[in-house]
Ligand binder design. Structure first.
Ligand code: 2HG
Ligand code: ZN
Length: 476
């Protein structure tokens, strides 16, 4: 873009948003131009940080008129490059950071209203302060933002009990591509009034509108928890135990996370402050948690169910957390697997889901595929077993050539995604599409769905200014 045009555009942005809200200094903008996994590096005309919804409206109104692409960004924790601009230097990154107020907490209605830039942990904190629970729970909750959680329909570790982000939303406020405000911050459980724009925007990754605030569902605060680290012979036992726990716990099962021995070893080796949970060493582990807002004796219930599972040979051993610290230590072992993977070197990641009963078969067949197609790597397959969601990841073997390892990804990804598709699974269970999986979506989504998605995009964003090239390929 010619420098004079860029200058004129920056002046126009500053007029609309104020001097402070328009960042161009490369040192300041650098963190916004690359993604969490460092897969993409983009460029931007500017990073803008509006401090009000009106400023977001003014920005989109102007960008739409000028045909300038806008890339909304929350905590920048996307795994799929969903919030990174392209390399043209013509797009604007829209940081939601300053829109970070909790607007209202309504304990009696079990709801709260948070602006998009609130971190997930601040939303959880606001709910807790009112003796309520906001159950969305992710490893990145200290930095990811609720607007990003909605835009990507984030999953996490409590989906089994409370559902995906979509299930936790009562209403949204969003700015449409032309700057018009959609005021949909209802706090109703029942509202059958026509097309559900809220649910269309949730999960659309900033390609249909910019979510500026959300009305969120709250739940009774948790009073009791029982947590155990269970040693297992194989993934099939994990599925059997999952069934038993769901059956016996009266729906108190909140977390059911599967991890292989190698993941535990990586964490113990690379993450400071972690230690072996105790219990028998085993090929697989399941971290299980029951929780209740009542006074139930969940420890006794869990102990009883696990004792029976051990007797039946379903589980090999189990350690119950006897203190809050021990519970936190168990969760740290699970939540820091991505950090340990990063510390251990190059990795290839596949966020797949299959029906829960198919998980053991996926692991067995997927492991054979990985051994054949990526011999420079080893498998670190872990995830949310209760949801049928695996992070079917590989790490580079020590001494292996990194470039050769990374070059295996296209064929490996194809084979694993084909396997997931054969099992009626998903090629992106909880991390979204972003720019990483646009071609995968084109390949695996039903044709009628893609046609409908393109028509919706065309209808809501006819000038293709909203997160261009994410989810759907940009059409010129
Ligand atoms: C998790 O479950 C996250 O820990 C990240 O979804 C998964 O790094 C990954 O592949
Ligand atoms: Zn996950």
């Amino acid at each position: 873009m010619p420098a004079v045009i860029a200058q004129a555009r920056l002046t126009a942005l500053r007029e609309r948003l104020g001097e402070r809200a328009v960042l161009t200094d490369p040192q300041q903008t650098a963190p916004y131009l690359t993604d969490h996994r460092k897969l993409y590096r983009g460029a931007a005309l500017a990073v803008v940080e509006p401090s009000s919804v009106e400023q977001v409206q003014a920005l989109l109104h102007w960008c739409n008129a000028q045909r300038i692409g806008v890339v909304p960004q929350g905590g920048n924790t996307s795994y799929c490059g969903g919030a990174t601009p392209d390399d043209s230097g013509t797009q604007v990154v829209l940081s939601m950071r300053r829109l970070n107020r909790i607007r209202a907490v309504d304990a009696a209605n079990f709801s709260l209203i948070a602006e998009a830039g609130c971190t997930l942990s601040s939303v959880q904190g606001a709910a807790a302060a009112a003796d309520r629970l906001f159950p969305l729970s992710l490893g990145s909750e200290g930095s990811c933002q609720i607007g990003g959680n909605l835009s990507t329909n984030a999953g996490g570790t409590a989906v089994l009990r409370y559902g995906m982000t979509r299930d936790l939303v009562l209403g949204v406020e969003a700015v449409m591509a032309d700057g018009e405000l959609f005021c949909g911050l209802v706090a109703l459980r029942k509202d059958n009034t026509g097309y559900d724009l809220r649910n269309l925007l949730i999960g659309s990754e900033g390609t249909l509108a910019v979510i500026t605030a959300a009305s969120l569902k709250l739940f009774p605060a948790i009073r009791t928890r029982a947590t155990a680290w269970v040693s297992l012979p194989d993934p099939a036992s994990a599925i059997a135990l999952l069934g038993q726990l769901r059956q016996t716990s009266g729906d108190a099962l909140t977390g059911c996370e599967l991890a292989p021995q190698v993941a535990l070893q990586l964490v113990l080796q690379h993450v400071p402050g972690t230690r072996d949970p105790g219990g028998a060493a085993a090929p697989w582990y399941l971290l299980v948690e029951l929780s209740s807002s009542g006074e139930a004796d969940l420890d006794a219930l869990l102990e009883h169910t696990l004792a029976r599972a051990i007797e039946e040979g379903v589980a090999l051993d189990a350690v119950l957390a006897r203190s809050l610290d021990q519970r936190k230590a168990f969760w740290k072992l699970r939540e820091t697997i991505p950090e340990a993977q990063r510390a251990a070197g190059g990795s290839l990641k596949h966020d797949i889901a299959v029906p829960v009963a198919c998980l053991p078969a996926f692991i067995e067949r997927g492991a054979a595929i990985a051994a054949r197609l990526a011999p420079e790597g080893y498998l670190v397959a872990y995830g949310h077993a209760g949801d049928g969601n695996l992070h079917f990841n590989l790490n580079q073997r020590e001494g292996a050539d990194e470039a050769a390892f990374l070059a295996r990804e296209p064929a490996l990804k194809r084979a694993l995604h084909d396997l997931a598709a054969q099992m009626n699974g998903s090629i992106s269970a909880e991390h979204g599409i972003g720019q990483l999986k646009v071609e995968e979506l084109e390949r695996y989504a039903p044709a009628a769905e893609l046609t409908a998605m393109r028509r919706i995009k065309q209808a809501l964003d006819p000038n293709n200014i909203l997160n261009p090239g994410k989810v759907l390929r940009s059409r010129s």
